[in-house]
Design a protein around this ligand. Structure first.
Ligand code: ATP
Length: 376
């Protein structure tokens, strides 16, 4: 078992409150990823779960037991750090075996367990080498091996791949996903990397200044962000925000006006919105050069051609950035006006407080091929 409850968890350094009352349940076997801007408290929360930082208030409960006062070794967790934290003078075998030696396990059991773990991580041919003789990816696998060998209830990862180059990161991401599937273990993972979060997580927790901004499946956050913070944080390039005026609300949706055009956005409205300035959210990948339900005229200042895509960076009349992700061969040039069409069904709409008006879409079926949807 590896179930975790955080109940109204708080952490202060002096008068500075870093974690401001977090409630979260992580189910047994779940892969949960913490994301958020630098300084929002991701590592602090992970270290509190590990017992490396104490908790100012609230309860940390692992498998039904409150562990606030338990030292890290008694919590049934293992943590993997960005820096690997290996012992340079010890062999790979001894590094992986280290926690078992601390537990004073018999030599035979140690050999058995290290052997099994090193096979899973494809380190069985390197057991006699020292960390200095390994690549970054191999070193990180040794660190993961040292965590696995303890058979913890919960694995905690603090940006474990951020020291690796892009290609190795991609390989390790796939290895970690397989490892999670094979071990069926509970994993909590902190990252800055959107791709890691979107591809590995069962659920993503988006943190903003010590509070949870939203918890949900990756595609739920992408298609139904609850506020402008999450909308702007999940997705790359980032969502565009366009100020619009609400001119009508009916059963079908909310009618907005922008620069003399109107469009009906299929979201749940409220009568008090009429006359207010709302924020229309449009992802760069939902812009195109043909006519849309709404057309936005901008002049890009920079064009990036990536081969598969072209990214045009522009600004709205209010000075806010506006970005279009277009096909690789898109006929756009820097300093030449372009009109981007957007479809109402792709749009997000946020009230004056930045809270999303509920979109009328089912995110679960949006990204499945028709045959899969029909079969369910
Ligand atoms: N020991 C400490 N004493 C005082 N303040 C601290 C301490 N550790 C962390 N903080 C502060 O707590 C806040 C959250 O830090 P934390 O490292 O958890 O953020 P993070 O989201 O993991 O950031 P990053 O993504 O940059 O690693 C920051 O403002 C940081 O300065």
């Amino acid at each position: 078992m590896g179930q975790l409850f955080l109940k109204k968890v708080r952490k202060s350094y002096g008068h500075f409150e870093v974690i401001k009352g977090v409630d979260l349940e992580v189910k047994d076997g779940e892969f949960v990823v913490f994301v958020g801007p630098s300084g929002c408290g991701k590592s602090t929360l992970l270290r509190m779960i590990a017992g490396l930082d104490d908790t100012t208030d609230g309860d940390i409960v692992i498998d039904g037991e409150r562990v606030n006062d338990k030292p890290p070794v008694e919590r049934g967790i293992a943590m993997v750090f960005q820096s690997y934290a290996l012992y340079p003078h010890m062999s790979v075998f001894e590094n992986i075996a280290f926690p078992l030696r601390v537990e004073k396990l018999p030599e035979e059991q140690i050999r058995e367990k290290v052997g099994a773990v090193s096979k899973i991580l494809q380190l069985d041919q390197r057991l006699q080498q020292r960390p200095g003789q390994l690549s970054g990816g191999q070193r990180q696998r040794v660190a993961i091996g040292r965590a696995i060998v303890r058979e913890p209830k919960i694995f905690l990862f603090d940006e474990p791949l951020s020291n690796l180059d892009a290609a190795l990161r991609a390989d390790m991401r796939i290895e970690l996903t397989k490892l999670h599937r094979d071990l069926a273990a509970t994993m909590i993972y902190v990252t800055h990397d959107q791709i890691e979060a979107m591809t590995m997580a069962d659920r993503i927790v988006v943190l903003n200044a010590g509070n949870i901004a939203q918890v949900g499946a990756p595609l739920e956050l992408y298609h139904k962000p609850q506020n402008t913070f999450v909308a702007g944080f999940i997705g790359n390039p980032k969502m565009n925000f366009v100020p619009v005026t609400c001119v009508g609300v009916d059963a079908i949706g909310v009618t907005i006006s922008y620069e003399g055009q109107t469009a009906l956005i299929p979201v749940d409205g409220r009568s008090d919105l009429v006359g207010q300035t709302l924020t229309l959210g449009i992802r760069p990948e939902h812009t195109r050069l043909s006519d849309g339900d709404l057309n936005i005229l901008v002049t890009p200042s920079v064009i990036e051609r990536l081969g598969i895509n072209t990214i045009a960076y522009a600004a709205l009349p209010n000075g806010e950035p506006y970005c279009a992700l277009l096909p690789g061969s898109a006929p756009v040039r820097a300093e030449q006006p372009m009109t981007t069409g957007i479809m109402a069904s792709d749009c997000h709409l946020f009230d004056a407080n930045g809270q999303a008006l509920e979109r009328r879409i089912d995110w679960r079926v949006l990204d499945l091929p028709a045959s899969v949807t029909a079969a369910e």
